[in-house]
Design a protein around this ligand. Structure first.
Ligand code: GLU
Length: 488
């Protein structure tokens, strides 16, 4: 058995999309699961689509996601160069293309733009497709040489027979057979001398000993042409795994418009890298056991590519948020605090014990930006209605609340220790003196100091955070508010 070697082969054309990261992750997992090598290859032969800075995004994302490559432009493993524009300099693609010409599997084409534009086009899957009519296949060897000597611009095309069919195998889709007449004589070498992606990926995957190729299923329709190239060279093709489409909640292809289509956007929105990686692993793959939270190491151990599904995977942001929340709950507090602090600070101008706030919100938020809505009341009590004091289960009413608050204020004025424990004891003593239920007292106090139905902590925890002066000011304001509302 050959050593498993996979590659992530991005074209540096912009942000790293969820689909790209999934391909990279699966390639990484297949290699690591089998103790093999994961390689990074930059496919930059389409100079028109090249975007400045895109290569840096690729490096940064792989590193952040923990998908460390064993070989790549920055890590020579003996199969370099790992950037196609650099590989090209050795003439590798042209040499292989010429071999195909010699074997009759490819041919020079000198057709100019006007002629190509005059050819019939067909609409396939909403795209205009031109089928080349093999015009230049009939040129004699001498004619070709004359044209070349005259410096006429040319491309090299794959020669696909008009008859017969081509079959290739995909691990998920099985054997796929396509009529050759449906396959276009695709360009292998462009007029600028660069290979097309279609040709370079075959030459590189073979010469770099790649054993498994994982890519989006938009490449499925080109796969028979790649298979013909492997066959023409007499090479064994790698294992192909074409991944299902990723859609948004409306079952449309996940696009920039959805606002969370790229890794960077997700991180900017406050998601944790580990959660994103974990979630993306499950976009089309499921483990044997009924479980969803996996570290990268656990994914390596469990990842069996035979369990990748063919049906489209829905990118469900609600599910990702839930998963992120699970990661936050499980996170070590010091680490959580370090990450949460800027989000907490952003909401506050007054002095608060930030660590206490962090501890309160840790199990309540799903992503860091959720912090804002949990702690907005700390700066100022929001507008609220006195009907909030009426709570069926706690058996409270605005009237009962007014009475409790009025009785408690002098007790709390006399109290010096505003720690949660001391305050809790005080309130509990009051509860037992009164012979009522806990909630009968806690509910109005918590409402008075927060103005909110839901808070990240109980009444006394909030008072500890606010401090004596502010707590009392809020209790007094609540009394005034209740009195005014009951009178009215
Ligand atoms: N350069 C291609 C892309 O970025 C790679 C496809 C493949 O993995 O073969 O889409």
């Amino acid at each position: 058995m050959n050593k498993v070697r996979t590659r992530y082969a991005p074209s540096p054309t912009g942000k790293m999309h969820v689909g790209n990261l999934r391909s990279a992750l699966y390639e990484f997992l297949i290699a690591k699961h089998a103790g093999g090598d994961f390689m990074l290859r930059i496919e930059d032969t389409d100079q028109e689509r090249f975007v400045e800075g895109a290569t840096e995004i690729i490096y940064r994302t792989l590193e952040q996601a923990g998908l460390q490559h064993d070989e790549g432009p920055d890590k020579d493993g003996g199969f370099g160069p790992y950037v196609q524009s650099e590989r090209m300099k050795s003439g590798i693609y042209m040499d292989y293309a010429k071999k195909l010409v010699e074997r009759g599997e490819a041919y020079y084409c000198f057709c100019d733009k006007e002629r190509l534009e005059s050819l019939k086009t067909e609409i396939v899957e909403g795209k205009e497709i031109m089928m080349y009519d093999k015009h230049c296949l009939s040129l004699t060897k001498e004619e070709v040489e004359e044209n070349l000597a005259a410096g006429k611009p040319f491309v090299i095309r794959q020669n696909i027979p008009m008859e017969g069919s081509t079959t290739f195998h995909d691990e998920l889709y099985g054997d796929i057979r396509v009529e050759n007449a449906e396959l276009d004589d695709m360009i292998l070498i462009k007029s600028d001398g660069y290979p097309t992606y279609n040709f370079a990926n075959v030459v590189d995957d073979h010469t770099m000993n790649i054993t498994h190729v994982v890519r989006g299923n938009e490449y499925l329709s080109s796969a028979p042409k790649y298979q013909r190239l492997y066959d023409a060279f007499g090479w064994e093709s790698p294992v192909y795994i074409h991944l299902p489409l990723i859609t948004d909640e409306n079952h449309k292809k996940l696009s920039k418009r959805s606002g969370h289509a790229s890794f960077e956007e997700l991180i900017e929105q406050g998601f944790l890298t580990e959660a994103v990686v974990n979630y993306i692993a499950l976009l089309g793959w499921s483990p044997e056991e009924n479980r969803e939270i996996f570290t990268l190491d656990e994914l390596i151990e469990k990842f069996d590519y035979h369990r990748i599904s063919k049906s489209p995977a829905v990118f469900d942001i609600v599910k990702l948020k839930w998963m992120n929340g699970e990661y936050l709950k499980a996170m070590d507090f010091a680490e959580f605090y370090e990450m949460a602090e800027p989000y907490i600070k952003k909401c506050l101008t007054k002095d608060f014990d930030l660590k206490k706030i962090a501890a309160m919100v840790k199990t309540r938020i799903e992503i860091f930006p959720d912090i804002a809505e949990h702690i907005d009341f700390l700066e100022e009590v929001p507008e609220y209605d006195c009907t909030m004091y009426a709570h069926k289960k706690m058996k409270t009413t605005p009237e009962s609340s007014l009475e409790v608050l009025k009785e408690l204020i002098p007790v709390l004025e006399a109290q010096e220790d505003y720690s949660n424990d001391a305050l809790y004891e005080t309130l509990c003593n009051y509860v037992s003196d009164k012979g009522c239920k806990n909630g009968y007292v806690m509910w109005p106090v918590r409402t008075a100091v927060s103005g909110k139905q839901m808070t990240p902590g109980g009444a006394t925890e909030l008072m500890e955070l606010l401090g004596k002066e502010e707590s009392l000011a809020r209790l007094r304001a609540a009394v005034a508010k209740l009195e005014a509302s009951i009178e009215a």
